[in-house]
Design a protein around this ligand. Structure first.
Ligand SMILES: Cc1cc2nc3c(=O)[nH]c(=O)nc-3n(C[C@H](O)[C@H](O)[C@H](O)COP(=O)(O)O)c2cc1C
Length: 387
């Protein structure tokens, strides 16, 4: 599955470092070459000897080693890899990555890397939930750094909660998905919208819907796995950002439209977000209070139609626009959403749409041969339905 692929595994100093030994073994079993960098703290948890034995390669760790720098060097470490995987990724290394700090070999290699990066965080639940860690993770997600896990459960520190590193088998599966040989969308740009929007009523209340974001996120993951440079614009969800996808987090429909227009031009746009049709005409800046005169009169106004706006663009209209609609009257109601493929059509503006470029035609070609519009895909089957 990973024959000939080269993984640079960066092991930082968390209690889950022991799992990285199994990760190395599983990656090697799949045919990958694994080269390892260990932080100083990682060496407190597992020995470089074990790591070297399992990876059958030298283990790197000293930024100042004359031998290592002349033999390999922090720049070559990443240049000679297909993918950088940080497992476990400590709160500390995540913070250094987010801040662009390069004070050891692991952080310097990550900063100097031109390769995709995948992190598997592992830490105490309070460290995970800390606003500093969450802000750092959001920064990394916005830069396209992929994340696997963490899972919830018993933690090594004796507490229970989020922070367990994903199991090595799951990490290998995610790496394999990411490095899948089918890169037919390489060189293409894709935009995917996902999740609900939130339209404020006042500073503490909003109108929203039940969208989980599962479908949009799965589609973004599929596009990225096929090599497309993928931007995911999502309303609030608890779905992790898929590997290799750049996330732009938004709340309202207006923000989603502005962000979507901001990433154009793209070759393909998949609008899977559940955008609120209406918003409050003028949201209150203060919390609305009961005043004994009955409920407030909330006037709704229509939100912009993001799908229609993107489909009606002129020169920078994506050559392929796919839209989703939630249904309650039809059979799709049992699942909730259906999708339709809108192959290039004339925009609603008077200006004629330019003929699709050769590269855009290639995207359509590859999608046409693989797209099987299904009557009602479930969130989990999004990948299969579309690709
Ligand atoms: C016993 C022990 C267990 C630790 N486990 C974790 C952990 O699971 N996750 C984490 O982020 N930090 C953990 N730490 C703290 C890190 O080791 C510490 O932040 C260190 O500076 C990380 O260095 P590094 O990011 O360069 O590897 C632990 C510390 C100790 C002493």
């Amino acid at each position: 599955m990973l024959q000939g692929r080269r993984i640079l595994l960066i092991i930082s100093g968390g209690i889950a470092a022991y799992k990285s030994l199994e990760l190395i073994r599983r990656l090697r079993d799949q045919g990958a070459a694994v080269r390892c960098v260990m932080t100083e703290a990682a060496r407190q948890f597992i020995t470089p000897l074990s790591v070297a034995s399992l990876s059958e390669d030298k283990v790197y760790g000293d930024l100042w080693s004359l031998t290592d720098e002349s033999e390999m060097g922090h720049i070559r470490l990443s240049r000679e890899a297909d993918l950088l995987v940080v497992a476990p990724a400590t709160a500390d290394l995540i913070a250094r990555m987010a801040a662009g700090i390069a004070n050891d070999l692991a952080a310097t290699t990550l900063l100097a890397s031109d390769k995709p990066v995948l992190i598997a965080p592992a830490m105490n639940a309070m460290m995970w939930a800390h606003p500093a860690t969450q802000a750092n993770l959001a920064t990394l997600a916005s830069r396209g750094i992929g994340r696997i896990g963490p899972a919830a459960g018993d933690l090594a520190c004796g507490e229970i909660g989020f922070g367990r590193m994903s199991e090595p088998a799951e990490i290998v599966a995610e790496i394999a998905r990411f490095l899948a040989k089918d890169q037919r969308l390489s060189g293409r740009r894709a935009l995917v919208t996902s999740g609900p929007t939130r339209e404020p009523i006042d500073p503490v209340r909003y109108i929203s819907n039940h969208s989980s974001g599962k479908q949009g996120h799965a589609i973004a993951a599929a596009l990225a796995a096929l090599g497309a440079e993928t931007v995911l614009i999502s309303g609030p969800t608890s779905e992790p950002t898929p590997v290799g996808v750049k996330l732009i987090a938004v709340e309202t429909a207006a923000e989603m439209l502005m962000a979507s227009e901001g990433v154009l031009p793209v070759d393909v746009a998949v609008m899977a977000a559940a955008v609120s049709d209406w918003r409050i005409a003028s949201a209150s800046t203060q919390k609305l209070k009961k005043n004994g005169k009955g409920p407030p009169n909330l006037r709704l106004v229509e939100n912009p139609d993001i799908l229609a706006s993107i489909a009606a663009r002129g020169n920078d209209r994506p050559v392929l626009v796919i839209g989703f609609a939630a249904e309650t009257e039809t059979r799709a109601a049992t699942i909730g959403r259906r999708w339709s493929l809108a192959l290039p059509r004339r925009p609603r503006t008077s200006s004629p749409m330019p003929a699709p470029s050769a590269s855009a035609r290639a995207v359509i070609g590859s999608l046409r041969t693989t797209c099987r519009p299904a009557p009602a895909p479930s969130a989990g089957s999004a990948t299969r339905c579309i690709w």
